[in-house]
Write a protein that binds this ligand. Structure first.
Ligand code: GAR
Length: 189
């Protein structure tokens, strides 16, 4: 059985789609959700789906390095095959990325290397791009710079609002991310 850990900070719609996709799998399971935000809606989703979760509340620490140290100690305390970032809005420090080299993936709502960082959908929309998209990539020491595993282009329609575009992008993320996770785990065999 391959086991994945999901890190998320907010709504958790990707977390839910991954859990649902693997809920009947005999070879892959979501071992735990880790969130840095005690108020994140993703916690409600974990409860509903009966998935183990751990809150490491960022705001309970004196600084970033104490938070990251606790996260690292927690990760090292158990075994798993892949760390999946799904709307995790913090930057993992180099030492965690290096320790788990090739074992951390992220999803980002743009066609990287365009629109790295936060608010990627809104920025592409406001810049009147004709296309944006989604990217799934390995995590390296940079921000949204790791080796690309998968990309899908999404056309921005004239009739789109930020909300309609966001909705379409999320739908594609939900459909795609679980399948790519499966593919990455098969490759890591
Ligand atoms: C997703 O659109 C994901 O691509 C994005 O946050 C959203 C999380 O939604 N991630 C980033 O922007 C990372 N830089 P969710 O919490 O509903 O899954």
């Amino acid at each position: 059985m391959k086991e994945i850990i999901i890190l998320a900070s907010g709504n958790g719609s990707n977390f839910e789609s991954i859990c649902v996709y693997f809920s009947k799998s005999k070879s892959i399971r979501v071992k735990q959700l880790i969130t840095d935000n005690k108020d994140a809606f993703v916690i409600q989703r974990a409860k509903k789906l009966n998935v183990d979760y751990k809150i490491i509340d960022y705001h309970c620490f004196n600084n970033k390095s104490e938070y990251n140290h606790t996260l690292f100690e927690h990760l090292k305390s158990f075994n798993f095959d892949l760390i999946v970032l799904a709307g995790y809005m913090r930057i993992l420090p180099d030492y965690i990325v290096n320790y788990y080299k090739g074992k951390i993936i992220n999803i980002h709502p743009s066609l990287l290397p365009n629109y790295k960082g936060i608010n990627a959908i809104a920025r592409a929309f406001e810049n009147k791009e004709k296309y944006t998209g989604i990217t799934i990539h390995y995590v390296d020491e940079g921000v949204d710079t790791g080796k690309i595993i998968f990309q899908k282009k999404v056309r921005i329609k004239k009739s789109d609002t930020i909300e309609s575009l966001e909705k379409r992008i999320h739908k594609i993320e939900h459909k795609t991310y679980p399948k790519i996770i499966k593919r990455v785990l098969a490759k890591n065999n």
